[in-house]
Write a protein that binds this ligand. Structure first.
Ligand code: TMP
Length: 204
C-alpha cells in the first residue's frame, strides 16, 4: 500500500481556502485517488470540541496556552484522522495546519515564534505540500463581508492583525520553498484552481 499524500491549504480570512479545498479534493478523486478532506482546528471529535472553545469561547487565553490548545487539537487530528488515512493510502486535503498557528498566534497575536517552531518540531510530521493562498487585504475583507456569517474570535480582530497574518504566511512560504507554494488567490475560482492543480502536478 502506497502512503497517501498530505496537502494543506493556508491563508488568511477570505482567501478562498475552503472553496479550493473542495475543488482540489474533487479533482484528485477524478484521477482515481481516495481523498479525505478535513480541517483545523478540528477534524476529529476531540479536536472539534477544542475548535468550539477556541473560536466561540469568551476566554482571552494567554499566548502560550492558546498555542498549545491549537497543538492539542492538532495532535488529536493527526493521530485519529490524518495518519490513519495516509497509512491507508488516502490523500488528505486539509484546510489549515500548523502554519496557521505560526501566522495567527505568532505573527498575528505576537506569541513566541520560537515556542511555536519548537511545537512544530515536536509534532514530527509535516505536509508534503502546502498551498498558501494569498490575497490583498481589501479583497479578503470584501469576501469575508459578503459571506455575512457571524465573525469568530479571530475574524473579529482588527485590520492590523489580518495584515500581520498575511505577512506571516508570505514569510513562511518564502522560508520553506520546498514545501510551500504561494498562490495568487485574488482571481476567480477557476483561475486559482488551475494554479493549484499546476502546483500539485509539479510537486507531487
Ligand atoms: P476557518 O475554519 O474559518 O478558517 O477558521 C479557523 C480560525 O482559526 C481562523 O480564524 C484561523 C484560526 N486558527 C488559528 O488562529 N490558529 C490555528 O492554528 C488554526 C488551525 C486556526
Amino acid at each position: 500500500m502506497t502512503r497517501g499524500r498530505f496537502i494543506t491549504l493556508e491563508g488568511g480570512e477570505g482567501a478562498g481556502k475552503t472553496t479550493q479545498a473542495v475543488r482540489l479534493a474533487a479533482a484528485l478523486e477524478t484521477r482515481g485517488l481516495s481523498v479525505l478532506r478535513t480541517r483545523e482546528p478540528g477534524g476529529a471529535p476531540g479536536a472539534e470540541v477544542l475548535r468550539g472553545i477556541l473560536l466561540d469561547g469568551g476566554i482571552d487565553w494567554s499566548p502560550r496556552a492558546e498555542t498549545l490548545l491549537h497543538f492539542a487539537a492538532r495532535a488529536e487530528h493527526v493521530a485519529r484522522t490524518v495518519q490513519p488515512a495516509l497509512e491507508a493510502g488516502t490523500w488528505v486535503v486539509c484546510d489549515r495546519f500548523y502554519d496557521s498557528t505560526m501566522a495567527y498566534q505568532g505573527f498575528g497575536q505576537g506569541a513566541d515564534r520560537a515556542f511555536i517552531a519548537a511545537q512544530i518540531g515536536l509534532l514530527g510530521f509535516a505536509p508534503d505540500l502546502t498551498l498558501v493562498l494569498d490575497v490583498p487585504d481589501a479583497v479578503a475583507a470584501e469576501r469575508t463581508r459578503r459571506r455575512g456569517l457571524a465573525p469568530d474570535r479571530y475574524e473579529r480582530e482588527n485590520a492590523g492583525f489580518h495584515a500581520r497574518v498575511r505577512d506571516g504566511f508570505r514569510r513562511i512560504a518564502a522560508a520553506e520553498p520546498r514545501r510551500c507554494v504561494l498562490v495568487n488567490a485574488a482571481g476567480d475560482i477557476e483561475i486559482v484552481h488551475a494554479a493549484i492543480m499546476r502546483a500539485v502536478s509539479e510537486r507531487l
